[in-house]
Design a protein around this ligand. Structure first.
Ligand SMILES: [Zn+2]
Ligand SMILES: [Zn+2]
Length: 186
C-alpha cells in the first residue's frame, strides 16, 4: 500500500523573478557610440568607459624619426571623462602650472603661465576611433592640431563638436565636447 499524499503545487506558483535591471558590473562595461546632438550622425565606433583618463604614454617625441602624433593617451575602443578644464580660454596663473592635463606649461610674452579655463567633462577618445570629422585649425601648430584655441573639429553638419590634439609634441587625444555629443546604446 502506498500512502499517496498528493502534493499539490502549493498556494500559487512562484512568479518568475524579473531580471534585475540594476545588476552592476556588466552594465558599466557596455559600449556606447557618440553621436552629434545637432544631426545625430555617429562620430565614433562603440567605446567602453574607463574609470579615468590614463597616464600619458611614455614617448620621446623629440627622438622620433618622423614628426607625427604620439601614441594615443586613450587606447582604441575606450573613452574616459576629463574632469579638469580643457582647451580655450587660457588665463594667466600666478603659480607655475601645466596649461591643461598632460599638456605641459605655456607662458605668454610676459613670462606669465597660462592655464585652461575651458569646459570640464570632455569625453576623451583615441582620435583614430572617430570618423566624419573635419579639422579646422584654430591655433597654430607645426604638424598637427593643438587645443589651445578651443574646438577645432567640425561635424559634417558644420557644428564644432570636439577638440583635437595631435601635434607631435602634444598628447594624442580627441576631446568630444560634453554638450555637443550624446552617448547612445549599441
Ligand atoms: Zn552634426
Ligand atoms: Zn609637430
Amino acid at each position: 500500500m502506498y500512502d499517496r499524499r498528493d502534493k499539490d503545487q502549493g498556494p500559487g506558483k512562484a512568479a518568475p523573478k524579473p531580471p534585475a535591471s540594476t545588476a552592476g558590473g556588466a552594465a558599466e562595461a557596455e559600449a556606447v557610440v557618440f553621436v552629434c546632438v545637432t544631426c545625430e550622425v555617429p562620430l565614433t565606433g562603440p567605446l567602453t568607459r574607463l574609470p579615468a583618463v590614463p597616464e600619458l604614454p611614455c614617448y620621446e617625441w623629440w627622438n622620433a624619426e618622423e614628426p607625427g602624433p604620439s601614441p594615443s593617451t586613450v587606447p582604441s575602443g575606450f573613452y574616459a571623462i576629463e574632469t579638469e578644464p580643457y582647451g580655450a580660454p587660457l588665463v594667466v596663473s600666478e603659480v607655475s602650472a601645466q596649461a591643461m592635463p598632460r599638456y605641459g606649461t605655456i607662458s605668454n610674452e610676459h613670462g606669465q603661465y597660462l592655464v585652461s579655463q575651458g569646459p570640464r567633462g570632455n569625453i576623451v577618445v583615441n582620435p583614430d576611433d572617430a570618423h566624419g570629422l573635419e579639422l579646422q585649425h584654430v591655433s597654430s601648430a607645426c604638424c598637427g592640431a593643438t587645443p589651445t584655441g578651443g574646438m577645432n573639429q567640425l561635424c559634417a553638419c558644420g557644428t564644432f563638436v570636439a577638440t583635437l590634439c595631435s601635434d607631435c609634441c602634444c598628447p594624442y587625444e580627441l576631446h568630444l565636447s560634453a554638450d555637443r555629443v550624446r552617448a547612445v546604446g549599441p
